[in-house]
Design a protein around this ligand. Sequence first.
Ligand SMILES: Cc1cc2nc3c(=O)[nH]c(=O)nc-3n(C[C@H](O)[C@H](O)[C@H](O)COP(=O)(O)OP(=O)(O)OC[C@H]3O[C@@H](n4cnc5c(N)ncnc54)[C@H](O)[C@@H]3O)c2cc1C
Length: 527
Amino acid sequence: MNNLSHHTEHVPVLIVGGSLVGLSAALFLAWRGVPCLLVERHVGTSPFARAGGFNPRTLEIYRSVGLEPAIREAAPIEFSGMKIISVETLAGKELGTFLENTSSYTMSASPVAGSIITQDILEPLLRKHACALGADLRFATECVTFEQDSEGVSALIRDLASGKEQHVSADYLIAADGNLSPIRQKLGIRVQGPGMLAHQMNIRFQADLRAPLRGRRLLVYYVTSVQGLCAGNERGGFLSIPYDPEKESEQDFRGPRGIEAVRAAIGVPDLDVKIQDVLSWEMADWLADRFHLDRVFLVGDAAHVVPPTGAYGANTGIADAHNLAWKLALVLQGKAGAGLLATYEHERRAAARLAVEQAFLNYIERLHPDISAQPDIEKTAYDIPIFGYLYHSRAVLSEDNATYEDPQSPSGKPGARAPHVALERAGRSLSTLDLFGHDFVLLSGRGGSAWCDAAADVAKSLDIALPIYRVDSDVVDVEQRFSRIYGISKTGATLVRPDGFIAWRAYEGSPQARQELELVLTQILAR
Ligand SMILES: Cc1cc2nc3c(=O)[nH]c(=O)nc-3n(C[C@H](O)[C@H](O)[C@H](O)COP(=O)(O)OP(=O)(O)OC[C@H]3O[C@@H](n4cnc5c(N)ncnc54)[C@H](O)[C@@H]3O)c2cc1C
């Protein structure tokens, strides 16, 4: 029987991979009204907890597409009030604290708190919301192969239940197919960085940990004596430790070897341990050389992999998808030229590089304090790969070459995430962040009417949506911080992109406001 359908389906965007990042990409595209088809070879979302720390920037992003309330409601209460620490063994000496309290997963740069919600709970929410917005999500379906040319992408997909195959044509392909990314490999894109750090064995176990926990509520504890990390509660959890695949196998860790490893990490030699399950994986740290090739874009672990020391992995991937979605939407709607898509790689690769580097330094600090030779990488504050990186591309009119800045002292310069300033509108409190998300936005000072008039004019001639807000006229600058934080005078203006990053600013008014703004927008939109 021929299992190949002769019908070729067309979609603007095909997404391969339906885990955290692929599902986020589908959600962001669907929210913008871009039809997309996602294929995921697993029958459903992941049953494994894996990622659990979603930082305030990720929650800002999810808030902008209306997902925040569902996340707050679903986040397990048992994860609140916990710490992330480093220990010699659980029963032994505490060496350091990385997060004091999971209930206050906040950063001063944002009015939005992060969330401790595990992947197995978050993915179904992403799936439900993306579906509700019209994304076509097909599980138990794999992408068998693909080709691209100047006209588009053509892929062969297979329904794994029926074996039925079908050709799909798409304008663009998003590879959210994970660290092994067959798509990246087929494109011949290489990766660079420290590479494989360790073969890891995850051991899920039951044991009475009440005594070694000593009443502490720990979300994660790094155990330096076994170079591992552990998560769980008083009844057990999972331990992840390095192992040598030449000498040991998953089977060994199901028996005495697993029990011995758990006892060593907990620091109780005669602990009664029951092994429930084991899973081997590779801990790595690398960055792909390219994030896109013609019509194919790599996002998430397909583009960068970090060790789980800092919770940068999924968060960085979700930011990739967010950066790409508005660009694809504008190009597919004919409002921007395809050149806008090239800025995805310039912007996200530099941001991901920071995450890759800082996660590696954290890996040494938390799991290998014994390594004395420090790599030649500058240690930044924890929030730099989250809020501090600065984009440089044709979609930003940069003022300098800085790669990051302290998000606690924002400069308001182009390339930075547009900072939070408390506002009020019609007696209601809001943040500048609530003004951004869908379209470009022009913010001006109280005396910036020339920029506002110019923006209205340019938006009309370019046929784009461009909401305009005059601070202290349309919105009230409650703490009178706007001018200082955005670095513009009362007659100046700032242009914020749909992803909430500053594209351009003018310190003061200009007699050529219309021409200047038109030049800026035509450059950004690659028109
Ligand atoms: C122990 C641990 C803890 C972590 N904790 C955190 C944390 O707290 N915070 C954080 O931000 N990150 C964390 N991470 C990292 C995070 O889990 C990953 O970065 C993230 O899951 C990557 O998501 P992804 O969607 O890019 O790739 P993946 O999750 O690898 O998904 C790729 C998907 O593509 C599918 N696929 C591949 N090829 C095909 C094909 N041809 N056809 C159809 N489907 C295909 C696969 O089935 C898979 O579902 C942690 C990781 C580990 C291991």
